[in-house]
Every structure is written in C-alpha cells, then in structure tokens.
Write a new protein. Structure first.
Length: 115
C-alpha cells in the first residue's frame, strides 16, 4: 500500500498550489479520502475530506472558500487545490485513506507560505 503526495513547495502569500496524492495497493474508489496538515509545534488537523464517490466534501472552517478537495477514481488520485494561501497554511500536508477500521497515511509534503 502506498500513498504518495506531491506538489508542495514555497509560495508567496496569496499564491496557489495543487497537491496530489497517488494511491496504490488498495481499492482506492472504496476509500474515504482526506487531507490533514501539521504545523511545527501543533497537532495534526483535518483540512478537507471527500467521500469515496466524490459527491460530498467537508472542510475545516479555516480553509473554506480557499481550498478544494477532489478525486479521480480512474487515476487513483486525490487532489487539494489551494488558493489565496496564507502564512498560517504553512505545514506538512498528509494524505489519508480510510475505510471502516483501515487507515493509510502518506509521507507528507511540505507547504511553506511566505509573507
């Protein structure tokens, strides 16, 4: 099983990034997918989530209107479009797959937003 995040980097405040998470080794289309983030000295927090069929999403209040989660089950990939980025969005972003009692994590990708 693998979840591999990509697309992180350094961006100026107000800029955009698109994170991708490619999945392999499990039935991606059956899993609820989420993006979490963890800033230095803080706990990991849920940023956005999407149902297995992609029909329903939910977001942390701090990112509503700026970040958009989507998925392509044909490509076994989940995305996080990040717009109007702020320095407070600086964190390591992790991809998460969950189904019943099974959870998988990616290794994370660093997003740094400069002011």
């Amino acid at each position: 099983v693998q979840l591999v995040e990509s697309g992180g980097g350094l961006v100026q405040s107000g800029g955009s990034l698109r994170l991708s998470c490619g999945a392999s080794g499990f039935t991606f289309s059956s899993y609820y997918m989420s993006w979490y983030r963890q800033a230095p000295g803080k706990e990991r927090e849920l940023v956005a989530a999407i149902t297995s069929d992609g029909r329903s999403t939910n977001y942390a209040d701090s990112v509503k209107g700026r970040l958009t989660i989507s998925r392509d089950n044909a490509k076994n990939t989940v995305y996080l479009q990040m717009n109007s980025l702020k320095p407070d969005d600086t964190a390591v972003y992790y991809c998460n797959a969950k189904r019943v009692f099974t959870t998988y994590w990616g290794q994370g990708t660093q997003v740094t937003v400069s002011s």
